[in-house]
Design a protein. Sequence first.
Lengths: 107, 115
Amino acid sequence: QQPVQSPQAVILREGEDAVINCSSSKALYSVHWYRQKHGEAPIFLMILLKGGEQKGHDKISASFNEKKQQSSLYLTASQLSYSGTYFCGTADDKIIFGKGTRLHILP
Amino acid sequence: GAGVSQSPSNKVTEKGKDVELRCDPISGHTALYWYRQSLGQGLEFLIYFQGNSAPDKSGLPSDRFSAERTGGSVSTLTIQRTQQEDSAVYLCASSFGLAGANEQFFGPGTRLTVL
């Protein structure tokens, strides 16, 4: 089952904060977050595993509620470079990605 | 260290022709994944390999699609009798191990256009 992301799109001004949510109807082993800029390959941001372990970039913050089967990605003090489409994916041996959240940062 | 590479970068073909898309993963990565991304859409899982074996082919859209991996390295995705709805960007990703606990490194993709 494909995870559901919200919102579908966000427009922010530089310096503002955003939260992107990801929920699944399936019990999660781990959640992945990737960012894709237009015409480029997705880039890894973070993995959140059951039990609380996280792997990812120091400047990225995310949470994983195993009980609710939800994850959230927190983007604080946004920069122009944060623009792109953010995908969450629920993972066991493979990743099933959500439809993405388009983030546009205005100067 | 080279990243994941894919070839060709662009492929234009006529409806009904067969195409082969190639993926060279990062050396030492045992897991390899194929995804399809249609215009403005998300990443659709197709198939993954652990070594040369494909434990999960559940995402392949039809029996016109097949894939193989040899030597635990290069993988080829073949689409037979292409249809216009096959037009998309096909992405390959590799990782040290299976997706549950390992980040995936994506290639630049092959843009397939079926006329």
